[in-house]
Design a binder for this molecule. Structure first.
Ligand SMILES: Cc1ncc(COP(=O)(O)O)c(C=O)c1O
Length: 464
């Protein structure tokens, strides 16, 4: 913990205090920066330890530093109000709570099991396995994923068909570029979804063509007249409206793909989180030659791993891998091996089971609380995944709720934030997309309380 401070030899203590104040005010020492223990700094500066401790204590008193026994001393989150500094202060809105759709609870990450899996993977890995993994992924990870996906999601394929990627996002980009490289120009997307996925496809050279979404999922009958080369779908749990693709529509997509040779990209981002014992298997199983199945570790484990996977039809595999070679990207081999070890030990299944129970309880609590506190609101979508749609009581606008929530430090988006075009945004009743996964358990109730308050304020009735 080195700290560079210019301290005047003749007035060391006062000078240390000034130098720390200036470094904090000027932004050189930013919020959260740890300071050296007073004993260390005292030795470095040739001061008595008590003198340094007193300087720290004075700055804590001013709100410039924070300290806790056993945790040390660090620069405070909020600089104390004081004389204006010459340095510009850049501040964005502070969001303390996050209920955006699709974020998992970071505190639920199975740290011990992951550490164990990493240790086991490292102790078992050959020197070759610690070199560059082949573009399709480490053999051990592909085998573990093929076994898991066949067992848990009904996916049809062997380890030969599996490609390990940097999240679903990378898979989508690889497949999008492979479609464009074969002369494809247009890809159907659900009218509600992540703007980042639409942008990614556009960057591949494909024009995203929205398909309306209703209570049976994407209106895939429209594919026939849409002149598209491929379609991106979330069949198990439409993101973000939360409905599954109806069986007749699943059959229709398969017929379209078989008839036209069009490619289906199945985004199975949260298929393992179904709470009602009626898991819908992967659409891929109905047409393995026409569907690229995509999954991610971002929900069940963490986006911080940067892990996703695809099961790619044989006819597309070389093209997808050619895109990967060209991209220069690779998934860290050690991370892949740790995932394989986690799956092999049964810890991935255990984590999913634990999370399923936790998220189910959160979803139920959410439904109960909204019914009680917000008459006229409606929770829609399957009891699955880590988000749902909350239709707002009459007369309340999504943007007003987002603004009122932001003023209270909570991030939450309206459904229209996910619409591919404004006409889709106005096609459905105003609703908030509530991701109930992200807040740590001890802040869940508080987060829901803020949502309720924000909706009441947006409706001009703050006291309910
Ligand atoms: C609809 C949807 N698809 C896919 C993903 C996963 O993406 P990635 O694996 O790139 O993190 C997410 C994650 O937020 C998602 O919401």
């Amino acid at each position: 913990m080195d700290l560079h401070l210019l301290v005047d030899r003749d007035r060391k203590v006062a000078s240390l205090e000034d130098a720390l104040r200036a470094a904090i005010a000027g932004g050189r020492l930013t919020a959260g920066t740890r300071l050296p223990p007073s004993r260390t700094l005292a030795v470095d500066l040739g001061l008595a330890r008590n003198s340094v401790a007193e300087v720290y204590a004075r700055l804590v008193g001013e709100g410039r530093l924070e300290a806790r026994v056993g945790a040390g001393t660090w620069v405070a989150d909020r600089p104390a109000p004081g004389p204006a500094t010459t340095a510009p202060v850049h501040r964005s809105a502070r969001f303390d709570l996050d209920l955006r759709g699709g974020l998992p609870d970071g505190s639920a990450f199975p740290r011990t099991a992951w550490a164990r899996a990493t240790a086991r993977a490292l102790s078992e890995a050959s020197a070759t396995a610690l070199g560059y993994a082949p573009p399709e992924g480490a053999p051990r990870a592909r085998a573990a994923l093929a076994e898991y996906l066949a067992r848990a999601r009904g996916v049809v394929g062997s380890s030969e068909d599996v490609v390990v990627t940097h999240g679903f996002g990378e898979l989508l980009g690889l497949v999008g570029r492979a479609v464009a490289a074969r002369g494809g120009r247009r890809i159907a997307v659900e009218a509600y979804g992540h703007a980042s996925h639409r942008e990614l496809l556009a960057a591949c050279g494909l024009e995203p063509v929205p398909l309306p979404v209703d209570d049976d999922g994407a209106v895939v009958d429209a594919l026939a007249g849409a002149s598209v080369d491929a379609v991106l779908l979330t069949p198990a749990h439409q993101f973000p409206t939360g409905v599954p693709l109806a069986p007749a529509r699943r059959a229709e997509v398969v017929r379209w793909a078989e008839r036209t040779g069009g490619l289906v990209i199945e985004d199975d981002y949260d298929g393992v989180f179904r709470f009602d014992h009626r898991a819908i298997g992967a659409l891929q199983a109905q047409a393995p030659a026409h569907v690229v199945y995509g999954g991610t570790a971002s929900k069940a484990l963490s986006p911080a791993l940067g892990l996703g996977w695809g099961v790619v039809p044989a006819a597309w595999r070389d093209d997808v891998l050619a895109q990967r070679r060209r991209s220069g990207a690779a998934t860290a081999a050690i991370t892949q091996l740790a995932l394989a070890a986690l799956i092999e030990a049964g810890d991935f299944d255990r984590t999913v089971r634990t999370l399923r129970l936790r998220y189910r309880a959160r979803r139920e609590r959410f439904e109960d609380l909204m019914a009680e506190a917000l008459p006229g609101s409606r929770v829609v979508g399957l009891a699955a995944g880590i988000h749902c749609l909350l239709e707002l009581p009459d007369g309340i606008a999504e943007a007003d709720v987002t603004t009122a929530a932001a003023a209270r430090g909570l991030r939450v988006d309206g459904l229209s934030a996910y619409a591919a075009a404004p006409e889709y945004a106005s096609a459905r009743p105003p609703a908030m997309v509530v991701g109930f996964g992200a807040p740590p358990a001890h802040r869940y109730e508080e987060s829901l309380g803020v949502v309720i308050e924000a909706i009441r304020v947006a409706g001009g009735n703050p006291t309910g």
